[in-house]
Design a protein around this ligand. Sequence first.
Ligand code: SF4
Length: 416
Amino acid sequence: MTATLRKGWCPGALAPMLSGDGYIFRLRLTNGILTFERAKVFADLARRFGNGAFDLSARANLQMRGVAGEKIADLQEELRALGLLDSDARAEAVRNVVPSPMAGFDPSAALDARPLVAALEALLARETALHDLPAKFGFSVDGGGLLPLQGVETDIAFAALPGAPPRLALSLGGRPAGELAPQDICAVAEKIARNFLRLRGQDRRMSAVVARLGVAPLLDGDAVVTPSSARDEAASCDNFLGAQPCGGKYFVGAGLLFGRIEADSLEPLAELAQAFGAAELRLTPWRAILVVGLERAAAVELAKRLAGLGFLLDARDSRLVFAACPGAPACSSARGDVRALALALAPHWSAQAGRVHISGCEKGCAFNAPALTLVAEADGYALIDFGLARERPSARGLDLAALQSRLISLAQGTRV
Ligand code: SF4
């Protein structure tokens, strides 16, 4: 099979992207469902074809890292045999749907979002006109309940409303745009996506088109979206790590340091979860994997075992609020080992003091919202007090000692 190789593209299994440590293969798993058998197979593939590492993306995809160029075709053949290759790279690239991580296991959810996600993905793969959507254009389907998709911003977002009969709230580029019945999700998504393509000009994201034109032109021709009724804010769950009750069962949230998981951790995670009677693993957009369908005692014991394996099980762990890209040497654009810096700074920070983003360059791949941001430069780190990596720094040339004292004083004042 011929690989489609492009640098600077959203990586896929058919369009791997070159990085400093080899090619990245993004595996888009429908509904974020990772069965135990598949997790073990992925761990084996990562050892044989990659450098053994995976990243969990902000869209709940698993990215295999460090694949050598000469191994791409063989890895694709293995993935195809597992039924994990799309028909072509464009169909794969457009299949960006963030799911509800607990769908089907949360009785408090307004609806089971799994069939809606599957239908939306099938539509995106099938309708070739939609393959012109920009690479980062994405959808989300939030079933509500215990773990709503908080902090996940997508171009076209559907979120279940409480009550009966089931209704979905629609947001375009973060702006409320109306309500619809769940069975209309594909028709509405297709209509809006086609309107976006017609209206977008040079814009690549829905938020830019909505800022320019409002939502009405994007809904043009769509009779099934009705104005939103007043509704309560979505419930929120601040802590989903460790053993957590859900309905009559439990789940365990296992946080990943910087969203990274090694094959040597993924395999024991799957084996332990299976041995403790869990149903399956679920990927989240929050750099954590959920083990779902557990009894209470099993969840408590499993959480202890996973903490011993290096997973982050305590929401107070300050390492959880550090976002850091792979940095040097994994990325050729990086000017520093940003993950080592994050680990050196974490003891001087507290999880309640807010997000810290440490970036190897101004691109800021790891986090795209305002935070206390440090950017590696040739002569130390630049500090953006509360902003994005590409914004103007308030200080430059900071070394480790200077950064530690800055973070200590900021944490004490909790300014960010
Ligand atoms: S932010 Fe820069 S250094 Fe970090 S991964 Fe992205 S391109 Fe590489």
